[in-house]
Design a protein around this ligand. Structure first.
Ligand code: GLT
Ligand code: MN
Ligand code: MN
Length: 391
């Protein structure tokens, strides 16, 4: 039996736009034919995925008459039922059509904003109809090339008004839906508002219904900003806000590469999977593992499926490596050495008595700093586990 063969319990998902990517870039045309949503669902089911994610227009063309929409949705539902595949997440495409060139919810023209609201209301209905539990907002066009065009504070107010509006709508309709905000620092806009997951986490606390809204961090986006993705995800998890996650790979300082999961910076990928799987003891992330990535432009259709297999296989290999690492007696010993359980209770929950006891402790900073922490050894062990030299 192949240890790394995925199945539905792994909760692996792909956006229709990920394996469906035709390889178009700013310098060249499509290199692959467009796969139909049904083809994608069928093939991913064979490969062991749990489900798919979609934008409204990945399924229903923009402006399609209602009858046409209903026919497409019914056909798609039939393929989902036949394959047992789920729609885990859905979204509204608020970036592709030229109408969104100045943003969607932040556009200066209120008619453009109204169109974005109209489109999103319909996309939310579609998401619920297809059984999606999470609705993502990725505001790719919510930004500016020149900040002379609007006060960024006004943009934030408009974004807040929009998210509040859709929360109210979901509540009124009794939709079992949660919203997840996805940050990105730039591309396609010169600067995108709320550039990182940290920005999003603060923004959420300013909303009317913060409990309905979480984040959807993406490896590539945080890495583009030169930040630690692991720290961003950890902050979201600790706040109970990791509603969804976009996995891919990215080299720092580049355009949004959306590469196959684990294909760059394997060490960060290892630490990320370790965090999500909770192998070091923290709470495990229980949501879908979404690969928001696409195959190299060099690939034909077979290469696309190789890419999809690779994302899932690498995740499972890293999970296995992380479990082995965290079960290793030497690793555990090195981590445990740092701890002093007797002292911990003094370091949280202020009381006057605790403050007094802290003051009375004999702590010699020179003595404390003389001690080596063995992190070189710890990290070398990590590398040896990662390379499979130690198991
Ligand atoms: C787009 C973007 C992704 C987002 C998608 C959701 S669309 O492909 O690059 O990062 O997650 O809207
Ligand atoms: Mn994404
Ligand atoms: Mn991306």
């Amino acid at each position: 039996m192949d240890h790394y063969q995925p199945d539905k319990t792994d909760l692996f998902t792909f956006g229709l736009w990920t394996v469906g990517n035709v390889g178009r870039d700013p310098f060249g045309e499509a290199v692959r034919r467009r796969l139909t949503p049904s083809e994608i669902v069928q093939k991913l089911a064979q490969l062991g995925a749990y489900g798919v994610n979609l934008h409204d227009n990945d399924l229903v063309p923009i402006g399609a008459p209602l009858k046409e929409r209903d026919r497409i949705v019914a056909e798609f539902r039939a393929v989902l039922d036949e394959t047992g595949m789920k729609v885990a997440m859905a979204s509204s495409n608020l970036f592709f059509h030229p109408v969104f060139k100045d943003g969607a919810f932040t556009a200066n023209d209120p008619k453009v904003r109204a169109f974005a609201f109209q489109k999103t209301l319909a996309a939310i209905d579609l998401a619920v109809e297809l059984g999606a539990a999470t609705f993502v907002f990725w505001g790719g066009r919510e930004g500016a090339e020149t900040d002379a065009c609007r006060d960024p504070r006004e943009a934030l107010k408009r974004l807040r008004a929009a998210v509040d509006f859709f929360c109210e709508y979901a509540l009124e309709q009794r939709y079992p839906l949660r919203f997840a905000l996805e940050a990105k620092p730039n591309e396609p806009r010169g600067d995108i508002y709320l550039a990182t997951t940290g920005h999003m986490l603060h923004f959420i606390e300013t909303l009317a219904h913060p409990e309905m809204v979480g984040v959807n961090p993406e490896v590539a986006h945080e890495t583009m900003a030169g930040l630690s993705f692991v720290h961003a995800v950890a902050q979201a998890m600790e706040a109970g806000k990791l509603f969804h996650v976009d996995l891919n790979a990215q080299r720092i300082g580049r355009f949004d590469q959306d590469l196959r999961f684990g294909s760059e910076d394997l060490k960060q990928a290892f630490l990320l999977v370790r965090l999500l799987e909770g192998t070091a003891g923290g709470e495990r992330y229980s949501g879908p593992r979404h690969f928001d990535a696409h195959a190299y432009r060099t690939e034909d259709e077979a290469g696309v499926w190789e890419f999809a297999r690779g994302c899932m296989r690498t995740y499972k290999m890293l999970a296995e490596r992380a479990r082995a690492f965290d079960a290793d007696p030497e690793v555990r010993g090195l981590l445990a050495e740092q701890l002093d359980p007797a002292l911990e209770p003094l370091l949280s929950g202020y009381t006057r008595e605790k403050a007094g006891r802290l003051r009375a402790l004999a702590l010699d900073p020179d003595e404390l700093s003389a001690r080596g922490l063995c992190y070189e050894r710890l990290d070398q062990l990590l590398v040896e586990f990662l390379l499979g030299v130690r198991s």
